[in-house]
Each structure stands twice: as C-alpha cells, then as structure tokens.
Design a protein. Structure first.
Length: 113
C-alpha cells in the first residue's frame, strides 16, 4: 500500500512539472494571449448581435423584417469594426440568424409570432 501512495505522489509531482512547462511554452509562443483575444472577440460578437437585433427592432419597429435585418447588419458591422473585430458578412449573417431564432423564441409574446 505504501508503494501506491509513493507512486501517486510522484505522478502528481511529474504531472505538475509537465503542466508548468506546457503553460510556460504556450505563454512564450503567445498562444495564451491569442486564445484570450479570440475569446474577447467572440464575446463582442455575441453582445453586438443581440444589441443590433434589439436596436433594429426598437428603432425600425414599423418597418418590415428585411429593413430591420439590414439595419441590424449595418449596426453590428459598425459596432465590431469600431472595436477592431473583423468578421465577414456571411459569418455575421449566420450569427444574426441564429440569434434571431433565440430572441424570437424568448420574446414571441411581445413581438408577436
């Protein structure tokens, strides 16, 4: 039983050392910073999509869906560009469509079906 305890502690130490060097390597190569930037970029995209859709719904309430969609697309594109986030139009349209489905489900009683 003592050997199992010793082996367990040695493995714990070895794994800790390996993890230290892996993290150090990732930091030195700037990979961790790139991951953080991607995460911030994704969060900005998600926020801007929701804001753009709600903005278009509020400001262009009397307009048809196509006008609201175009205004949301314009708003979101400008919002992201000002913050240094690049996104192509197809990706942006896909994100809008996906969020529209979620928002419509959540707010169907207010917006009407």
């Amino acid at each position: 039983m003592e050997w199992m305890l010793i082996i367990d502690k040695v493995l714990y130490i070895l794994v800790s050392i390996v993890l230290y060097f892996v993290i150090k390597f990732l930091q030195d190569k700037g990979i961790i910073e790139k991951i953080k930037k991607i995460q911030v970029s994704d969060e900005l995209k998600e926020t801007s999509i929701k804001l753009g859709i709600l903005y278009a719904q509020q400001v262009y309430n009397e307009q048809g869906g196509k006008v609201k969609y175009e205004k949301a697309l314009e708003y979101i594109s400008e919002y992201l560009t000002k913050r240094g986030v690049t996104v192509d139009e197809d990706e942006l349209k896909g994100l809008i469509e996906g969020n529209l489905i979620k928002i419509k489900d959540e707010l169907s009683s207010v917006w009407g079906k």
